[in-house]
Write a protein that binds this ligand. Structure first.
Ligand code: PLP
Length: 426
């Protein structure tokens, strides 16, 4: 599918039926797969032959959807996970173990912050948090001899900071480690991080990719560009024999698919976190219209951001599509078609005013979600980022009165009318 345009890939990638086979991707709702001989099954376990044997490791429906996302991002291999959290955890844990260290942008989703700063610490992995706007010189100081990767979000949730991909890739590569980018918000329709030096991309497919708020899921895609064999001691799990798999050396056996193959054969084997094939089927239906929905989300969000910016009761609007935004230039460079449909803004009033405003919305619903077809709102300080202290909140770009608005694909005049009547209540 590599020569087709992204719109065609959204529809066609991942599944090519043979003569007389189902036109639509079938749901292989089966935990297991049958073989005619003991020897054949043995070869699958020994990784000597390709084939499905147990859905926790691989399933044809899941693989077809992973392949579609892989094509959309321009990668060489991909795997679906049961959630975006699992995707970020596996992406890091696949190359980090107790005694290792990673560098992470401070502007990331609250769940990612908690996972990499607090939970991974309990597993012996330390994380240094950096300001994504820091100079290369400052970023260099965060690295240690045991640093294994750099993690950042292409458009941070909810701070909406646009990542300077090339700066981060340069710094990561200068220290011999891959750059892992969570590309959930822009999706590959707006931005393909591999084109700017990222090595691994993760997604919470729960958001725009599904797009209808029906299935939680995640995905990890490898660009195939990072040469693990250049640093065999640093990435020993990929470059030296794995005694739990008859001494297989992932980089030798799987070549450019080494990183994803290790996730499938080791992390999925030991930890699980696969999506159900039925969820992957639903995700695939969402992906078929990704190229139609994402531009409409961005178009609507642009109009809503302009409306809010001109409103006297709004103190500040944060949207990379506004010329007044600090990340406007970076957004134009890396995602000229739009960043996402997500806006954050601060009312000219108290925290209570924010609550009054939110409680008077009729069309926009208060939900713990973002990036689906329906317009929704959330108060990050009391919802998604509740575990953080005040200092961490400010570091993550979350002011106490900040409202996160995910602009849906309803008629934009209806969305603006709803916001307008709720603003009239304060
Ligand atoms: N990454 C980003 C940027 C997110 O916004 C989220 C969830 O909001 C996640 C990861 C976690 O994904 P999930 O909720 O699918 O586990």
């Amino acid at each position: 599918m590599s020569n087709y345009a992204i719109e065609t890939k959204c529809i066609q990638s991942g599944y090519e039926p043979g003569n007389g086979e189902a036109r639509v991707l079938p749901i292989y709702q089966s935990t297991t797969f049958k073989y005619d001989s003991t020897e054949h099954m043995g070869k699958l376990f020994a990784l000597e032959e390709d084939g499905y044997f147990y859905t926790r490791l691989a399933n044809p429906t899941n693989d077809a959807v992973a392949q579609k996302i892989c094509d959309l991002e321009g990668g060489v291999a991909a795997v679906l996970t049961s959630s975006g959290q699992a995707a970020n955890y596996y992406a890091v844990f696949n190359i980090c173990e107790a005694g290792d260290h990673l560098v992470m942008s401070s502007k990331v989703y609250g769940g990612t912050f908690n996972l990499l700063v607090n939970t991974m610490k309990k597993m012996g992995v330390e994380c240094t948090v950096v300001d994504p706007d820091a100079s290369e010189e400052e970023l260099n100081k965060a690295f240690q001899p045991n640093t294994k990767c750099v993690v950042a979000e292409s458009v941070a949730n909810p701070a909406l900071v646009v990542l300077d991909f090339e700066k981060f890739a340069r710094v990561a590569h200068a220290h011999g480690v891959p750059l892992i980018v969570d590309n959930t918000f822009p999706t590959p329709i707006n931005c393909r991080p591999f084109e700017f030096g990222a090595d691994i991309v993760t997604h919470s497919t729960t958001k725009y990719m599904d797009g209808h708020a029906t299935v939680v899921g995640g995905c990890i895609v490898d660009s195939g560009n990072f040469d693990w064999t250049k640093y065999p001691e640093k990435f020993a799990g990929l470059c030296t024999p794995d005694h739990t798999y008859h001494g297989v050396v992932f980089t030798e056996h799987f070549g450019k698919a080494a990183y994803i193959s290790k996730i499938v054969t080791v992390l999925m084997r030991d930890l699980g976190s696969i999506p159900s094939p039925h969820n992957s089927f639903l995700l695939n239906i969402g992906l078929e219209t990704l190229h139609l929905r994402v531009p409409r989300h961005c178009e609507n969000a642009q109009k809503v951001a302009e409306f809010l910016e001109a409103h006297p009761k709004v103190a500040k609007v944060n949207f990379p599509g506004l010329k007044s935004n600090a990340y406007y230039e970076l957004a134009q460079k890396y995602m000229p078609g739009g960043s996402s449909g997500v806006i954050s803004f601060v009312l000219d009033g108290t925290k209570e005013d924010a609550v009054t405003f939110m409680d008077h919305l009729k069309l926009a619903a208060i939900v713990t979600h973002v990036a689906d077809a329906r317009t929704c709102v959330l108060h990050p300080a009391s919802h998604t980022h509740r575990q953080m202290n005040e200092k961490q909140l400010l570091e993550a770009g979350v002011e106490p009165g900040l409202i996160r608005l995910s602009v849906g694909i309803e008629n934009v005049n209806d969305i603006i009318a709803d916001l307008s009547q709720a603003l009239d209540q304060i």
